[in-house]
Ligand binder design. Structure first.
Ligand code: NAD
Length: 320
């Protein structure tokens, strides 16, 4: 199978390209605009493999997408503006890329009659939940411009199924972490600060809860949805590792050999969702289970950032 992987130079997309390379004989076109979040270094170890072709392009560019997608069998659509804080400062790019991009990708896949499209989304589309976990049947109630644009993208993708019969499925994953995550995101930001003995900014009272999923577990789940998921269906993905941000910070402090005095409370994020939690029974029925255990996965991740300063130091210098 020849895959069209949008956003494959970003964090999850690059890990997914690596996953496919090591778990299948498939080849792929990685299509990515190389925004501030896209980075050819994320694919450096795959460069030179003839199964991967990289095309620089914007998912909102119909001609560029059509040209690059021609000859592919299936799409895994990761390309997005992905940082909630940036969406609060300037939402326009989020609506453009996340809603406009999915429309172009689905419409092009429909015209080219591709076999399968997977649109990669987030648990944030459900909004906050005090107790229990959201199932795929729950209503969407996004809080930030980021999550609202992703909810819009999900609905656009699913409309292509209902209206045109496009064989598209949607995945909604909880927070990912692992190698090659941009250092603006909380785990790499805290880890790289702590490795340098710097303070880490903790939003509000630190009691906001996230469910952490190692990126390889998410990639395995996305791949399972690509190959076995039913068109028109939504699949929640989660690591089953709920943790308050304060506790996450404390674990990273310990793993980096630092002192908790480096955890500094700062003003809360606007519209900050209190807790995310998804019910993953549906994808588990396909046979997926997360294999990473949280403490082991956090330790491996901290080690990766400790060993790969060449990768994150330039990105951190470029942060606004
Ligand atoms: P990322 O910001 O690391 O990567 C996004 C990639 O998309 C970058 O390579 C960027 O260059 C590319 N891109 C952005 N705009 C583009 C455009 N207009 N045209 C083409 N390419 C463009 O994001 P990520 O964390 O890898 O997230 C990937 C996907 O997974 C997103 O759709 C995101 O919503 C979803 N997701 C991520 C997480 C997470 O914790 N990282 C959790 C759930 C869902």
């Amino acid at each position: 199978m020849r895959l069209f992987i949008t956003g494959g130079a970003g964090f999850v997309g690059a890990n997914y390209a690596r996953w496919v390379m090591s778990h299948s004989d498939d080849d792929m076109v990685v299509y990515d605009a190389l925004t501030y979040a896209g980075n050819r270094d994320n694919l450096r170890d795959l460069e030179g493999d003839r199964r991967l072709v990289f095309v620089k392009g914007d998912v909102c560019d119909r001609e560029g997408v059509a040209e690059a997608m021609a000859g592919c069998d299936a799409v895994v659509h990761f390309a997005a503006e992905s940082h909630v804080d940036r969406s609060i400062v300037s939402p326009d790019a989020f609506v453009r890329t996340n809603c406009g991009g999915v429309n172009v990708v689905c419409d092009t896949a429909r015209r080219l009659e591709l076999e399968k499209v997977v649109c990669v989304s987030t648990d944030e589309v459900y909004g906050s939940i005090e107790a229990g976990s959201f199932t795929e049947a729950d209503r969407l109630a996004p809080s930030s411009p980021y999550s609202a644009s992703k909810a819009g993208a999900d609905l656009i993708a699913l409309a292509y199924r209902k209206t045109f019969g496009l064989p598209v499925a949607v995945t909604r994953s909880s927070n990912n972490f692992g190698p090659y995550q941009h250092p603006e995101k909380v785990i790499p930001l805290f880890t790289t600060n702590l490795l340098d003995g710097l303070a880490v900014p903790l939003y509000g009272d630190g009691q906001n809860v996230r469910d952490w999923c190692h990126v390889e577990d998410n990639c395995a789940a996305i791949d399972m949805v690509l190959r076995q998921g039913l068109p028109g269906e939504v699949y929640n993905i989660g690591g089953g590792n709920e943790l308050a941000n304060r506790d996450l910070a404390a674990r990273l402090v310990e793993l980096c050999g630092q002192d908790e005095s480096l955890i500094r409370p700062v003003a809360d994020r606007l519209g900050h969702d209190r807790r995310y939690s998804v019910d993953t029974a549906k994808i588990q029925r396909l046979g997926w289970r997360p294999v990473w255990e949280l403490d082991e996965a956090l330790a491996a991740t901290v080690s990766w950032y400790r060993d790969n300063r060449w990768w994150w130091e330039p990105l951190k210098k470029a942060l606004p």
